[in-house]
Write a protein that binds this ligand. Structure first.
Ligand SMILES: [Zn+2]
Length: 463
């Protein structure tokens, strides 16, 4: 049997690079926008395209599995008895491309410019899923086998909250059983500085409706006699924080585990330029909870944000009206130990307690998922660090991500497997924005890192 050789893998990847990029271009040209029902057939087409590709690289038992929403693509290769099993998770759906007019070239017409591949989904996450496929292909073509057992679970609803995948993971926990879950849907910390993400914030959402009079009223006839629902809404929302940016909801911080001194010291060592960050965001100053840096506040501290508020007259000119109803949508980002259900209850209770006179409140709770934190001292993380160092020439930094990957808590809970997040994007990839792109240098190095990781996990430890 042929020995595994990273040099052979490297040669194979180089020799077939143009083919891989061409096929990725085809994948990227399918507008698999999961949020838009008009794109439902495209999402399906992307799933079928991906499944066909999984078969071509040599994965087995490939299937496009139905869920009540968009399908899940699955494939596996399980011929390494006695070796670990890794589950690769990613997503083939993409964010909407709007506003399309702000793109330099059309979002679903992939083009290479200045060492980057431009297209919606190039970095998030089709390009990174593709790297995994090419790595598997290179290993199978050069050695005839993989150094460990691999399972692929690529979903089509990540950008809309992984609505059905959580139940899927629960039901399919035997099929998905693995020693480690590997996700490439994040970024390097900076060019040539790889990162392992060990913490993700959780998320929960609610909608608030403030109801006043039974109909919109003439503000001359009734103004002064009744509460204005928009005033009441503004008062309620303003009361969620104090002037120092701290959340004023009673009990909100009860379960938050404080940042350790070691973690704060590690965060302070990261090359984070708060002034450049401020300038890039175009704000006169950063703002948030006193006592923490912007980096800490945006990754390791919880938040309550108003995402939208509306009501009353929004047309041209003025209209003298007291609206009968006002609305707001809110989300909270959560940190480890905070329970999404309890947080929603606390926020709802706070809003009720501070209800201004003269209005009724309706609070609809939209559920959520908890934060996750992975232990850094596991063999899976240490091997990932070695692989990243080999491919990028630098030790990775360990970071927390402010965002959430909805299904990760289901992996830790139902598969009882640690999750390793090693991603190859960059902060300036413009994911979710116009002109999304993927740095092709990172695309190349990332494939070497993944090959090194699988070899390390499967071979270096031997049996
Ligand atoms: Zn993503």
């Amino acid at each position: 049997m042929t020995e595994f050789s990273l040099a052979d893998v490297d040669r194979h990847l180089t020799a077939h690079r143009a083919d891989g990029l061409r096929d990725l271009g085809e994948f990227l040209s399918i507008p698999s926008v999961s949020a838009a029902s008009a794109h439902r057939p495209d999402v399906r087409r992307a799933a079928e395209f991906l499944a066909e590709r999984l078969r071509l690289v040599g994965l087995e038992d490939v299937a496009v599995l139905q869920t009540p929403g968009h399908p899940v693509v699955y494939g596996q290769w399980l011929h390494a008895p006695g070796r670990p099993t890794a589950l690769v998770y990613g997503h083939y759906d993409v964010q909407p491309a709007d506003p399309v007019e702000l793109w330099t070239t059309p979002p679903f017409l992939p083009v290479e410019r200045g060492g980057r591949l431009f297209a919606r989904g190039a970095a998030d996450d089709k390009g990174q899923v593709w790297m995994h496929l090419l790595t598997v292909e290179a290993l199978l073509r050069t050695a005839g086998r993989l150094p460990l057992n691999l399972k692929f679970l690529i979903e089509g609803e990540e950008e809309v909250g992984s609505t059905h995948l959580k139940a899927f993971v629960t039901e399919e926990r035997e099929r998905l059983a693995a020693d480690v879950v590997v996700i490439s849907d994040s970024s390097l910390y900076a060019p040539n500085l790889p990162a392992i993400v060990y913490g993700l914030r959780g998320l929960c959402a609610l909608e608030l409706t403030v109801r006043g009079p039974a109909r919109d009223l003439h503000s001359g006839e009734y103004g002064g006699a009744v509460q204005n629902p928009l005033h009441a809404l503004a008062e309620l929302l303003a009361g969620l924080h104090d002037r120092q940016g701290r959340i004023a909801v009673e009990g909100f911080y009860d379960d938050v585990c404080p940042l350790s001194a070691a973690e704060r010291a590690a965060a302070a060592r990261l090359p984070f330029d708060e002034e450049a960050y401020r300038r890039d965001l175009g704000v006169p100053e950063t703002f948030g909870e006193t006592g923490y840096t912007a980096l800490e506040r945006s990754t390791a501290r919880p938040t309550v944000e108003v995402n939208g508020m509306w009501g009353g007259f929004l047309g041209e000119g003025s209209k003298t009206v007291i609206p009968s109803v006002a609305h707001a949508k809110l989300t909270c980002r959560l940190v480890p130990k905070q329970d999404p259900g309890r947080i929603l209850d606390l926020v709802a209770h706070h809003l009720e307690r501070h209800r201004p006179p003269g209005v009724r409140l309706e609070v609809a709770l939209r559920g959520g998922s908890p934060a996750t934190l992975a232990p850094l001292d596991s063999e899976w993380v240490r091997a990932a660090a070695r692989a990243l160092r080999a491919a990028f020439g630098a030790d990775p930094v360990y970071t927390r991500m402010g965002g959430s990957i909805g299904v990760v808590p289901a992996f830790t809970q139902h598969l009882k497997a640690p999750v390793v997040l090693m991603g190859f994007g960059l902060a300036d990839d413009h994911i979710h924005s116009p002109d999304e792109s993927f740095d092709l240098g990172n695309y190349d190095r990332g494939q070497r890192a993944l090959a090194a990781y699988w070899l390390d996990l499967g071979v270096a430890r031997g049996t």
